[in-house]
Design a protein around this ligand. Structure first.
Ligand code: ZN
Length: 385
């Protein structure tokens, strides 16, 4: 499968893609699991005062190390997306604007961030978001090469390069200004990732987004509203934010759930609609938004899925992709309960136990032959190609 995909080299010709550090060669010895400690959001202990775990990404890595599935050398270190990288989807005007706390709280689904002063948002939140976005772009390329990849972060599916529409923020009384609505920018991770692949990887012409976060993914829906290259399946709680009717037009397979939906109904729908979506259109890559805010007790999601249900859900999606030989990129998206990190780690371990992911030779084939050490993990630089 991967042989047909040829990565385009950077050159100075007019119209060629910009130079990026996110598309470098990754050695075969690394698992296509992307992460950086900068993913985690910390601000002088304030993060401990509320129930949202804004450091869940680091904990996932911790658990995976504890189970000896990974170590520092075997995973890929994410790089921060540069302004030029983000300009693939956003205009300079958006990126040069101030980033408001309310906007960042909305796109991360971490409501307490709304109370942060703006200068702290700049310093403490935007760098993590840009690094997670860089990680998604890197993982997209790895998924094409290896058949699968996981960014232990990313998936900010309320971000859009688009300026239109009404944004309804988190369940916090805070009225957005028109400017702040326009600022749903900066970190449109799955959108920007797919545009990178379309632009730079020969043979990648169609993508399917399977969005199983509890919220409607209106960001990427607005990004790809009239784009026939992208098929979007979205399954979400119909009663919660963002209820974006305009963006819904982009959803090719829409599954709306009611309050308190439980495992049996949920998993049945996941299987039915994943299979249905992939039978309808055979994409060159699947971007899987594996939000865990479907977990019972989530203050935002309003669904009642058990930890086992989440593990099973991820397994169903990976099985559907691997059975068809379609590369799959998973991002972790929303869901910030204290127990969330453990569930994400358990799910990744289960995918390995099921033979759906693993080191080279255990599952997928690869076209990468370089044997340099893992980017970043030993101080080596990514080679941009
Ligand atoms: Zn969500």
């Amino acid at each position: 499968m991967p042989e047909k995909h040829v990565l385009q080299e950077d050159n100075d010709e007019e119209g060629s893609p910009h130079h990026t550090d996110l598309f470098g060669t990754v050695p075969k010895s690394c698992l296509p699991i992307v992460y950086h400690s900068n993913y985690n959001i910390t601000f002088m202990g304030m993060e401990k005062l509320h129930p949202f775990d804004a450091g869940k990404w680091g904990k996932v890595i911790h658990f995976l190390k504890e189970e000896q599935f990974i170590n520092d050398e075997s995973i890929v270190e994410a790089r921060e997306a540069s302004e030029e990288d983000l300009l693939v989807v956003h205009t300079k005007r958006y990126l040069s604007r101030l980033k408001w706390s309310f906007v960042v709280a909305t796109i991360t689904e971490i409501p307490p961030l709304v109370f942060l002063p703006n200068f702290l948002v700049q310093r403490k939140v935007l760098k993590p978001l840009r690094t997670q976005t860089g990680g998604t772009i890197m993982a997209g390329k790895l998924a094409v090469e290896r058949g699968w990849a996981i960014n232990v972060g990313g998936g900010f599916h309320h971000c859009s390069g688009d300026r239109g529409g009404d944004s309804v923020p988190m369940p916090i009384s805070h009225s957005p200004s028109r400017e702040s609505t326009e600022l749903l920018a900066e970190c449109a991770s799955s959108g920007v990732c797919m545009l990178f692949l379309f632009e730079r990887v020969e043979g990648i012409a169609r993508a399917t987004i399977i969005d199983l976060d509890a919220h409607q993914g209106n960001g990427h829906e607005r990004d790809f509203l009239d784009d026939q290259r992208v098929f979007i399946m979205d399954m979400y709680n119909r009663h919660i934010y963002p209820r974006d009717g305009y963006a819904k037009r982009a959803i090719k397979r829409r599954v709306e759930l009611d309050w308190g939906t439980e495992d049996s109904e949920y998993l049945q729908k996941v299987e039915l609609h994943c299979e249905g979506a992939l039978n309808e259109v055979q994409p060159d890559i699947i971007v899987y938004n594996a939000g865990t805010d479907i977990l019972d007790g989530d203050p935002l999601g309003g669904l009642s899925i058990s930890p086992h249900g989440i593990v099973k859900r991820d397994e169903l999606v990976f099985k559907a992709a691997r059975r068809r030989g379609i590369p799959i990129l998973m991002v972790t998206s929303g869901g910030y309960q204290k127990k969330t990190a453990r569930i994400i780690a358990d799910s990744i371990l289960n995918l390995h136990q099921q033979g759906l992911i693993g080191p080279e030779g255990e599952g997928s084939s690869s076209v990468v032959t370089s044997m340099k050490s893992c980017p970043g993990s030993s101080g080596s630089a990514l080679t941009a190609i």
